[in-house]
Design a protein around this ligand. Structure first.
Ligand SMILES: Nc1ncnc2c1ncn2[C@@H]1O[C@H](COP(=O)(O)OP(=O)(O)O)[C@@H](O)[C@H]1O
Ligand SMILES: [Mg+2]
Length: 335
C-alpha cells in the first residue's frame, strides 16, 4: 500500500473547483461547474443526482479518460494522495489507472469481454499491473478474487453469458479490486441489477471497502443506495454540488429544495396543504444554464433573489453545506 505523503494534510482524494465542458454540435455543454469534493481512505462518499447532472464526467475526469476530442477539463485540481492528477504526464497516469484507481461502470454487459473466460479477464488485469519482481500467480490471484466476490473458483473457465446479471457485476467488481486499488470509482454499480441482487452487491462492495481500506466514490441516483453504504453525501444538480454533509446530516436535515425533492417529497408552497409530490419539471439545458440558481425554475421556494447571480454555499444549522440562499425561509416554513 502506498505511503501517505507526510508533506500534505490534504484529504486522500481532494477535488477542488473542477470545471469540465463538452463541445458538441458547436455548442458548449457546461457539464461540471466548479465541483469540490473530498474523501479519506476507507470512507465512502455518495455522489447523488439525476441523469445528466455530471456524475460520470467527474469520475472520468479523476481517471482522465474523457474523450480526447470534444471534452475539456477547463479548471480545477484533483489531488490523490498529495499529487495533482491533472498535472501528471500521461505515462504516469497510465500507471495509476487500474492500479491506484479502479472504476466500476454501470453496465456489466459492456464491461466484460463476451469471448474471454471470466477467470482470464481477471488474471489479465492482475498480470498487467504486476510490479517488477512480484511473483504473484495471476491465475491463483484471479481464483482468489472470484472467491472473495462470492463466486466459486471452479467457475474460472466459464464465459460471461453463463452468469446472471448479479454474478456478472461480481466479476466486474473482482476485476476492479484485483489490484487492490486505493480509490474505487463505482459509477451506478447496481443500477442494472434487480433490487434484491442490488442489496447483496452493495453489501459485498461495502465489505471489501472495509477489508482493504479502499476510498470509494459511489455514484448513484438512488438515496436508498446512499443510505446503505455511504459515510458522506454530495448532492449534485446541473454540475454543481448543492448539498454536502455526512449521511446523518443530509438524511436528518435535508436542506436544499432539490435534496428534499430527491427524497421524494416536497411541499407545495402555493397550496397550504400537506400534499407531497416529486419534483416537477426537467433539469436545465446544460448548454444554456439559467442565471443564478440552476434549480430555481423548478423550485417552489425560488424568489427573484435566486435568479440574479451564482449562489454561494451556506452553512446549515447542523453544520453542513447547502448552496441555497433561501435556507432560512425554508427552515421556517418546514419547521
Ligand atoms: N461525450 C459527450 N459529449 C457531449 N456531451 C456529453 C458527453 N458526455 C456527457 N455529456 C453531457 O454532459 C452532461 C453530464 O453528463 P454525465 O456526466 O454523463 O451525467 P450523469 O453521469 O450524472 O448522468 C450531460 O448533459 C451530458 O449530456
Ligand atoms: Mg452517469
Amino acid at each position: 500500500m502506498a505511503e501517505k505523503n507526510p508533506n500534505t494534510d490534504r484529504p486522500f482524494l481532494d477535488i477542488k473547483d473542477l470545471v469540465v465542458e463538452y463541445v458538441s454540435d458547436g455548442e458548449t455543454v457546461h457539464a461540471v461547474n466548479g465541483v469540490s469534493l473530498h474523501l479519506e481512505r476507507g470512507k465512502t462518499l455518495g455522489l447523488v443526482g439525476e441523469t445528466g447532472a455530471g456524475k460520470t464526467t467527474i469520475a472520468k475526469s479523476i481517471l482522465r479518460i474523457l474523450p480526447d476530442v470534444g471534452a475539456k477539463i477547463c479548471g480545477g485540481e484533483v489531488h490523490l494522495d498529495g499529487e495533482n492528477l491533472l498535472e501528471l504526464p500521461e505515462v504516469e497516469m497510465r500507471k495509476i489507472r487500474g492500479n491506484k484507481i479502479s472504476m466500476i461502470f454501470q453496465d456489466p454487459m459492456t464491461a466484460l469481454n463476451p469471448v474471454q473466460t471470466v477467470g482470464d479477464q481477471i488474471a489479465e488485469v492482475v498480470r498487467l499491473h504486476l510490479e517488477h519482481g512480484d511473483r504473484t500467480d495471476p491465475v491463483e490471484r484471479a481464483k482468489e478474487m472470484l472467491e472473495i466476490v462470492g463466486i466459486p473458483a471452479e467457475r474460472f473457465s466459464e464465459y460471461p453469458h453463463q452468469f446472471s446479471g448479479g454474478m456478472k457485476q461480481r466479476v466486474v467488481i473482482a476485476i476492479a479490486l484485483a489490484c487492490n486499488p486505493d480509490l474505487l470509482l463505482a459509477d451506478e454499480p447496481t443500477t442494472a441489477l434487480d433490487v434484491t441482487i442490488q442489496a447483496q452487491v452493495l453489501d459485498l462492495i461495502a465489505d471489501l471497502r472495509n477489508k482493504y481500506n479502499t476510498a470509494m466514490l459511489l455514484i448513484t441516483h438512488d438515496m436508498g443506495v446512499v443510505a446503505q453504504v455511504c459515510d458522506d453525501v454530495a448532492v449534485i444538480y446541473a454540475g454543481n454540488i448543492v448539498e454536502y454533509g455526512t449521511k446523518r446530516q443530509v438524511f436528518k436535515h435535508p436542506t436544499h429544495p432539490y435534496t428534499i425533492g430527491l427524497f421524494g417529497a416536497i411541499p407545495d408552497m402555493n397550496e397550504d396543504e400537506e400534499w407531497l409530490h416529486p419534483i416537477d419539471g426537467l433539469p436545465p439545458d446544460p448548454t444554456n444554464l439559467p442565471q443564478g440558481c440552476a434549480f430555481s425554475p423548478r423550485c417552489p421556494y425560488a424568489t427573484d433573489e435566486c435568479r440574479k447571480e451564482a449562489i454561494k454555499v451556506y452553512r446549515t444549522a447542523d453544520g453542513h453545506d447547502c448552496r441555497c440562499c433561501r435556507i432560512e425561509a425554508i427552515a421556517k416554513k418546514e419547521g
